[in-house]
Design a protein around this ligand. Sequence first.
Ligand code: PMP
Length: 395
Amino acid sequence: MGNVHELNFLKEKIQGLKDDGVYRKLPVLEGPNEAEIILNGKKVINLSSNNYLGFANHPRLKKASIEAVEKYGVGAGAVRTIVGNMDIHENLEKLLAEFKREEAAFIYQSGFNCNAGTIQAITEKGDLIISDELNHASIIDGTRLSKADKAIFNHSDMDSLEDVLKKNRDKYRNVLIITDGVFSMDGDIAKLPEIVELAEKYEAMTYVDDAHGSGVLGESGRGTVDHFGLHGRVDFSIGTLSKAIGVVGGYVAGSQTMYEWLNHRARPVLFSTSLPPAAVGAITEAVTMLMESTEYTDRLWDNAKYFKAKLGTLGFNTGHSETPITPVIIGDEAKTMEFSRKLLEAGVFVSAIVFPTVPRGTGRVRCMVTAAHTKEQLDRAVAAFEKVGKEMNIL
Ligand code: PMP
């Protein structure tokens, strides 16, 4: 027997990753995450970030962040329930509630924490959670932390959802239907109006994770609920502060009752230090900017439509995305990886997404266009796609 402290059991697993060709080294950015980045020492066009609005390095957010640090310091000093609850945390929650047109909003240190904390706090034994099969990992983990029973419905398949509801509704006290608002690998939008109708028919609660819809869909980026005009009909509306908002954090918007309960039972908030002032200052500025004008979301959509149309004209398969998330579907896993590698050589960083993140044979590079890209950068990226696509006989 080897010495357990040498972690041989992990070394074997790591070797397994290498054997399967999935062991990876992380790309290193030397500088801010923006439309063009210095990656591993080389300047490239960035088509891989979730920085939808270009806020991650925006001068107004940086200024607000510095001001918050000057006034409040670099750390909140404690969990919120002890002495880490600053006025800027509460003001941000009020602003987010106003932005989302809900009674209240409750912030977490990340979108992941928000799902992990909220789902387990609002469900218990005797309840049922029904989740779309393509929901994000943090929803899966939040669901695992709950003592409720779990069921899955086929992706965006309303017959499948209704089947689960019909067979199970009477057996449970509360039923919670969870869906992503925008699905991150294909860019399709949840069928929220139909989900809400089924929820109302079967007296179930609804929970939408709008990580990729917040700052993107609806008026000034108010999200999927706003996009469909469903205010007041979705019980829990989750947003992340780490993607379009450009900083870090997450929140759930909903009723005052929800807020009061989470204040007492959301474990990542009860047992982990609250968001640092630098983050809160920048987030507050970002939400204020969105409420002031549609300039950033308009530019995002303009760029996304421009880029998608150009790729489509060249003959690439961009799937059935309805949002700025633009998959370019290649199919074969190895070919997808090679396509991404060659694009990087040609000056464009776009990550390859393959099995097990997406089904086998549907490998793709996932392009994330942002408001910060110039048309010139997008044209250069399209030219690289054309060159590599022709070289590899994809076009
Ligand atoms: N939900 C979804 C649907 C996501 O895509 C992500 C981020 N990958 C998260 C939650 C987690 O958000 P965060 O990065 O703020 O933790």
